[in-house]
Design a protein around this ligand. Sequence first.
Ligand code: ZN
Length: 1171
Amino acid sequence: MMNEENLRYAEFSLEYGTQAKALFEGKTTEITDAEARRQIESIMILGTANLTPEKQTRYNNLAGWMQANYSTAMAVMPDGRELPLDPDLTALMATSRDYLELKNAWKGWYEAAGRPIKDSYEEFVALSNEASKADGFNDTGEYWRSWYEEVDLEGVTEQLWIDLKPLYEELHAFVRRKLYDVYGPNYINLKGPIPAHLLGNMWAQQWGNVYDLVEPYPGKAGVDATPGMLDQGYDALKMFEVSEEFFTSLGLLNMTQEFWNFSMITKPADRDVVCHASAWDFYNQKDFRIKMCTVVNMEDLITVHHEMGHIQYFQQYAHQPIPFRGGANPGFHEAVGDTLALSVSTPKHLLEINLLDSVETDTEADINYLMSQAMDKIAFLPFGYMIDKWRWRVFDGATDKANYQSTWDDLRLQYQGIVPPVERDNTLDFDPGAKFHIPANTPYIRYFVSFVIQFQFYEAMCLEAGHQGELYKCDFYNSKEAGAKLAAMLQMGSSKPWPEAMQAIVGSNKMSTASLRRYFQPLTDWLHAQNVANGETVGWPEDTWRPMGFASPDGAPAFLEQYNSTSEVKLFEAVDAEWNYNVNINDQTQAASEAAGIALSNFQAEQAVGAKLFEPSEITDTNLRRQVEKISVVGEGALSDEDLAALSKVNGDMQTAYSTATYNGKPLDPDLTATMASSRNYNELRDTWKGWRDASGKLMREDFKTYVDLQNEVAVLNGFDDMGAFWRAAYETPNIEQQFEAVWQEMLPLYEQLHAFVRRRLYQQYGDKVINLKGPIPAHLLGNMWAQDWLNVYNLVEPYAGYTRPDATAGLQQQGWTAEKMFHEADDFFGNMGLIRAPQAFWDKTMFTKPTDRDVVCHASAWDFYNRQDFRIKMCTEINQQDFVTIHHELGHIQYYLQYMDQPTVFRDGANPGFHEAVGDTLALSVGTLDHLYKLDLIGKPDENPQSDINYLMSVALDKIAFIPFGYLMDKWRWDVFSGRSAKTNLNQAWWDYRVKYQGVTPPLSRTEEDFDPGAKFHIPNNVPYIRYFVSVVVQFQFYEALCGASGHVGDLYKCDFNGSTEAGKMFGDMLKLGSSVTWEDALEKMTGTREMSSASLVKYFQPLLDFLTEQNTKNNEVIGWPDYSWEPPTNTIQNEDGTVSLDNSGNMTKSSSMVLLLVAIQAVLKWAFE
Ligand SMILES: [Zn+2]
């Protein structure tokens, strides 16, 4: 049908057009009557009638096919549903707030509507151009532009757009922020373009459907007439009647009887139709129709006015000769109904026709109203502009088929600031074809023009109606004067050049954005203020950013292959530089290490951007998905270059301050550590304790605050509330904090019994002046700089003197063990279980002892260089049992590295950080057993009696149980600092609050906010999270029990030595091999059969000791806990020769007390001042 009609019309055009051409070609200027000349010129354009009949048929078939495809296309959803555009997809795009659902609908539609017609469109364009050339135009685009009788339509429209762009960009920035609040940083970049499917409309061309997300003043009465329409039982007919009534109120024409008889105003159920609303002129002066699949809502009410505006125009110019039955220009035709709709939409008018109950008239309500208008009118402008910018380039050949899609994407990005939610395939995709006007071949710049000039018309009619005040409040309902002004222009049809029609209504012959900008001025100001206040980036400078899920999941394997090969190199470089700094601290190595760290951060950030293009839920292979998720963590690279450099610097400075600090010229390792371990001189211990803190932590207090701010910035940029939350995310367990607390509560009784027992022994050692049996223990008396493990005071707290003492130190020293021998012995332990021995490179490159010629970071650590060959330890080994244990600990890290080295780099990590710490410790529990130490010839043959066993368990408890509260509070304190729960003015106080609360230790002398005692512990200046060690203590006993089971051990758990058990080795190796490729729960289950972190194994292990301690403490009537928690030891202490401490009450302070130092300082100042 369609083809036949078109051909008949073409025949008709051809007949008259050919005659006109024959008579007037090249001579139209000779026609003196202007109207007659315009008619002849119009008739002479033959269009497709220029083509051969075969080509005409082909042209019409292509047009028909493209339109048919558009009208019947269905989006195939992942669940198999097939959805048509109207009403399903349109409604889904308008109402869904589910990112992936919207994306699938968007993708489905663009594939179904666009792709199939891509080839046809190319052929269609060629035929169309051929026809236009025959009419004397260069191409069809030029022909279309000729309707505007404007020499430089492109220049004129570009200038209009330039005027409007600032307003659009303010709106874009504001809306983007609101979408960010809904969809989050994976999907919205606050400096980037907006994903095209989130704006409530399939083409992101009008955004009114997401008004609810962006409402400036939520709760203020809206201007949505939809509820009113539904309440009053509106249907399509009622909507058309209401619209007609508005026209007639202005003295304009009624719709004709034919209109009411033949229009299609709802979607028929029995057949396919073209739903896209349109208005039709049948050129017989009475038959005018609208075809529309009307839905009862305000948006469609406005559309009815729009379409009826066309009908009104048809009617008003029906008396004109056929060639003049058209809009003054195509934009005029589109603007008529919209002009009236601006009046209809005013709250005042909606109230008047009972579609609103009430109207608020304050500024906030006005801003809401203007926003709702802007979401349609302003949001549309760049779309209205870019469609034909694209098509003009297609017609003139600048964009060929190979570039259809990419040029379209470029223009959408450039003008609208939007990006497709999924990567487009430039060969297959043809997104322009998914917009009605492309397959329907309807020129589009008319809508852009309309959106500008309708405000000119509106202002002119408002003026005519006598409106005063703000333009956006004008309702010219019932104004016959306004109607007459409009009618005068409409009746001209296209008989005169459009500037004359413009002059007739506006009083000026130019298109201008002034009325539009005047209308929106209050909103423009408001948006600008909001955006400034929010620090928005207006525009989308990060225009290469794409949302998560942009990349097809099919690309994931290739991406990961690339990542895994390049990341090994990058990691090696960073680790190597960091190592060089650690084993030789100087300005050059610090700078090189910082630079390499920054380079790695930048690499990770860059790769994270690539990984984030994948939507994890779309990757079906769980291993690949997990890799992608891990790589997509940006980390510190999210910072600006400047901030990243600042963070690196502050980290480097804190590390160096810590590692080079000395007291009395002595470094922490080995000197101060040895003093803390072995001295029993109360005052000496206190001086050392204080001296270390003055030299280390105190110096970095300000740096630490800077560090906290920058770290939190990193966290926020990575989508976390603060860095504490970011750290906890490593455990992949939502309620991990509660799990930690629960485990702590389970172990608390054991700790309290140990604490009370040890406090009694210290009381016996130092006397009642400095130990309060109901209070916390002075922190410097426990054999360790941080009171974190108490093994070094074993000799003070030994349960049964004279029984086997589980101390290998004497044996190690007497038998001349070296650091290397200790390492080899530990390596043998791994090897004998069938685990992997440290490779030769390890022995060649490890730093076993402290060098004398340079500063090094002595804190023991194990290193993976990520090249599957190079693994090292760096340690200032001392020959004692504690370091023998530490060697096993560090070799445990090496073992983990070796086991998982064939995993992709992102999985070369512990199942959680605590697992990594637990490996070597688990083995050390076996190595430390009395039988094993005896086998190594480090102790004499152990007695087989309960007293020796209690001694042994006490030694383990002083290491493990004593540590637990310290392992817990380090990060509890840091989490509080990161979250702001602890104020920056109160850092040291908060630290000591936890030290007292959890450990039951108190500082030996009063502390102030001038001090920064947390900084005196390695992991604070070195930015190493600490809860891992707490986790490690718990899980190592779970591992230990599992390995003991595998080795066939029976009897008391604490006696188990799985030395040489290849069964145990296999069990451990199988878990370690997994690295972080599975969650820690999965890894734990594999080895222990449970998914829970549990202290049950630990409690079982220590049960005999707990019984012993409870019995002893009960016998001594010990107060369990430290109810005198605010007690502080005196400082006027004198060390007696018998080891006890007494007080100097003579008024002479001991030389070590801080008061004396203060007095000395004051005297020095005074002396200087008076000289
Ligand atoms: Zn470790």
